[in-house]
Design a binder for this molecule. Structure first.
Ligand code: ZN
Length: 325
């Protein structure tokens, strides 16, 4: 019987479900709102009921599944399958999510952090297929990242590796909730872009078409900044370009350390497409050394906002599906 694998991606806003087969082809997809305010039991119940709903939609039974891969925001302990305390899912403190879902569904489960799952998704079926070394940066509220080396996730000696969002790119820079100053994600995340634009408008009284949006909606996001810079707004251009400059510093440092085949840009900000990639490449090329030709490619995610859930399913495929070497 052909194997089928379920991926579940737990996010602060949505829970995503994807079913794939042995050829890593998607067989069905579902998204449900995350009942974050109703506590972990309700969230886990929704994860299990969504899984059953998708299986029913596709017309199979749960016993046909070989396993489920679960992606969760970190920090997690992948060995014990425990979610430790993700900041945007209240009440998830030391929850044995892998065991809870395996029990609820009656199939084997594996837990991975969402950034690693997204990187694995791009490695197995996306923009970095079979790359020797792949680095994925997810530009959202923070800068998440996953590093895949020869098909394996880099975890570090103490499970705290591959946190590229917390590389220091500006000494004495912006304070970061992690306790350091000047972390990449304080400059290059979608949240940082919106925050910086807002600061220039409100505290430095700078003129911008973004002021109207800010007054009307009470808030700004990175997509507003991108749209305004496309329309020629000088402040928006400055804000966007600053983010691309710091992102390029991060990418050059990663290139020097790992010499990756590919650095993949994903997350909400990557929806800007070439508006992200073009200025990023410009700064990257300016900052890069001239010692040898830089062969690392900078590319956009192929799986978009499904990278995490497809990656989770692909991790189940890798773990439960094939005889392991
Ligand atoms: Zn930090």
């Amino acid at each position: 019987m052909a194997g089928l694998y379920l991926g579940i991606d737990l996010g602060g806003t949505f829970i995503k479900f994807t079913l794939i087969d042995d050829a890593l082809s998607p067989k069905g997809h579902l998204e449900l709102a995350t009942p974050t305010q109703q506590g972990p039991d309700k969230v886990i119940e929704t994860m299990a009921s969504g899984a059953r709903q998708l299986i029913q939609q596709v017309g199979i039974s749960i016993s046909e599944l070989s396993g489920v891969g679960v992606a969760s925001p970190g920090p997690i302990d992948s060995d014990s399958g425990v979610v430790i305390s993700p900041p945007n899912i209240p009440g998830f403190n030391n929850i044995p999510l892998r065991a809870r879902l395996a029990d609820a569904l009656g199939i084997p489960a594996i837990l991975e952090n969402d950034a690693n799952a997204a990187a694995m998704g791009e490695f197995l079926c996306g923009a970095g297929k079979d790359a020797d070394i792949l680095i994925m940066l997810t530009l959202g509220t923070g800068v998440g990242s996953g590093i895949i080396i020869n098909g394996n996730i880099l975890r570090g000696s103490h499970n705290a590796g591959a946190e590229t969002g917390h590389m220091i790119v500006e000494p004495n820079g912006e304070p970061c909730p992690c306790g350091q100053n000047g972390c990449l994600e304080r400059y290059a995340s979608a949240a940082a872009v919106a925050q910086y634009a807002r600061r220039l408008i409100e505290q430095e009284d700078r003129q911008s078409t973004l002021s109207e949006i800010l007054q009307r909606a009470g808030n700004l996001d990175a997509a507003d900044v991108n749209r305004a810079q496309i329309d020629g707004d000088a402040l928006a251009k400055e804000v966007w370009d600053r983010a691309m400059y710091f992102l390029a510093i991060g990418c050059v440092n990663l290139a020097r350390l790992f010499d990756p085949e590919v650095i993949i840009l994903g997350g909400g900000m990557a929806k800007a497409g070439e508006n992200l990639n073009e200025p990023l490449r410009h700064h990257y090329n300016e900052l890069c050394w001239t010692l040898t030709e830089s062969k690392t490619s900078l590319v956009l995610s192929a799986l978009g906002n499904k990278a995490g859930v497809i990656g989770a399913a692909a991790i189940a495929w890798k773990h439960f599906g094939k005889p392991r070497a």
